[in-house]
Design a protein around this ligand. Structure first.
Ligand code: ZN
Length: 464
């Protein structure tokens, strides 16, 4: 009897040793594009998720042996890649999509957007505009986005409802805005908002002075102080147009990056959107201050702002990510697959050199480099054990995905946002087989239609 008990105990221990570890999800696919430091691509690979994190990434057979999952997702005709990271946009402006186009930036801002915003933007506008944008971004495989707008606590609430990750900046601007009448009130509001969301698992609160030509120096300094106090990002438009640079040189005798540096407002917390008109010295200034850059090629093309010196910035080792700068005027959609494609081709034609900004590098910009721009590269941007489980599956069944010779080239040049099939953010499935699980599409569309009528009525008043 005693011997039997000992044998049973040994058998039990052996069984426990062989028992697979628990996981919430195992996702299998034809390829896993990890974007890890070795840039490993695994054929017939899998990702195991536990809670909000990636437990392991490896060959499908190895993951199957090691883990027992509550849910499995088999996508033999898809690739798994990190969720894409948008480093600059304005989500609620989806309500102004394709409303006033083919204008110069100053004309578009002063005569269309700022008046339309002053008459319409309130928390309800921001709520439904952001939900529409979150729906569009999720279906396009964007799992983290960076926002600059008004009523940012409402943006944060909508983003959480969608289940997306957001670096969301409360705007600070030098004239009466829809949410705060003065920049001092905006700074106080930004501080309250940052405190509310400081420990949120999905939201990184930020402060967002609009630009050096719209925000007084005192407000820029106050915004930066807030960023330091709470260790949060500072989001700003920088050197977007030639006019912005010419005006800064005329008024301040320095370029916009020099102006920020002189004010003590430039550091690694800053995410500078556009950076189209930089000279070599500006690039060195951004490099020396470890400032991240959000490159928005569609917006820069549509507003004829110019072509950002992305190749030179990357050669200098700057962190440059991609931004949609949506959803109105600058760009009208949330599609980082198309931004990758455009960014690569724009650099090639600007330099008359097809070797610059190759496919792998532009995929980096949409993933791990974008994470570095936002200071989130320890948590997101690649598929590695211990990181947050933000990942997408990309269908390889459409004709534009056949055949595949090079996975990076496929993603950068041939795949489309509509090929995104499933989306996980923080371990949660939010898009399943192209269906949004967290937001109610019919309800959003009904509110957007109602808002369109109101916006059209205010535009008619402006025209009279
Ligand atoms: Zn912008």
């Amino acid at each position: 009897m005693h011997r039997f008990c000992r044998a049973a105990a040994i058998l039990l221990l052996a069984c426990l040793a062989a028992a697979a570890e628990p996981a919430d999800w195992i996702i299998r696919a034809r390829y896993v594009l990890t974007m890890n430091p070795q840039r490993r691509i695994i054929e017939n690979g899998a990702v195991a998720i536990g809670g909000d994190s990636i437990l392991a990434v490896g060959a499908a057979a190895e993951i199957a042996n090691r883990y027992t999952a509550q849910h499995t997702l088999d996508r033999p005709d898809a690739l798994i890649m990190p969720g894409m990271i948008d480093t600059h946009t304005h989500a609620a402006m989806s309500l102004f999509r394709a409303m006033a186009d083919d204008k110069r930036l100053q004309d578009w801002l002063s005569n269309y957007i700022f008046p339309a915003e002053s008459k319409n933007v309130n928390p309800d506008f921001v709520k439904w505009g952001t939900e529409l944008a979150c729906l569009e971004m999720s279906l396009a495989g964007i799992t983290t986005y960076t926002d600059m707008y008004y009523f940012e606590d409402t943006v944060a609430a909508a983003t959480k409802r969608a289940g997306l990750r957001g670096v969301l900046g409360q705007s600070v601007i030098g004239f009466p805005a829809p949410d705060y009448k003065t920049w001092k009130e905006a700074i106080a509001g930004a501080e309250r908002y940052i405190r509310n969301y400081k420990s949120d698992p999905l939201i990184v609160p930020a402060v967002a002075p609009h630009a050096i030509y719209t925000t007084p120096d005192e407000a820029l300094v106050a915004a930066h102080r807030l960023a330091i106090k709470y260790h949060v990002p500072l989001l700003i438009h920088l050197s977007e147009t030639k006019k912005e640079v010419d005006d800064a040189v005329a008024k301040r005798h320095v370029t916009p990056p020099e102006a920020l540096a002189n004010l003590g407002v430039l550091d690694g917390r800053v995410v500078a959107a556009h950076c189209v008109w930089l000279n070599e010295r500006d690039i060195q200034i951004l490099k020396n201050h470890s400032t991240g850059v959000a490159h928005c090629p569609s917006s820069n093309m549509k507003l004829a702002s110019g072509i950002a010196p992305v190749t030179a910035m990357l050669q200098e080792g700057l962190n440059v990510g991609l931004g949609n700068d949506g959803f109105a005027g600058g760009n009208d959609t949330a599609d980082l697959m198309s931004e990758m494609n455009i960014a690569a081709k724009l650099q090639k034609v600007a330099r008359m050199d097809p070797e610059v900004l190759p496919a792998e590098q532009v995929v980096e910009m949409a993933t791990i480099r974008g994470a570095r721009v936002l200071g989130l590269d320890k948590e997101i941007g690649s598929l590695e054990a211990g990181k947050r489980a933000d990942l997408i599956t990309l269908s390889l069944t459409p004709p534009n995905a056949i055949p595949i010779y090079n996975v990076y080239s496929q993603v950068a040049y041939a795949s489309r946002a509509a090929d995104v099939q499933d989306v996980f953010v923080n371990g949660r499935l939010i898009v399943s087989n192209r269906r949004m699980l967290t937001l109610n599409q019919q309800e959003i569309y009904a509110h957007i239609r109602a808002w369109q009528s109101r916006i059209e009525a205010t535009l008619a008043q402006t025209a009279h």
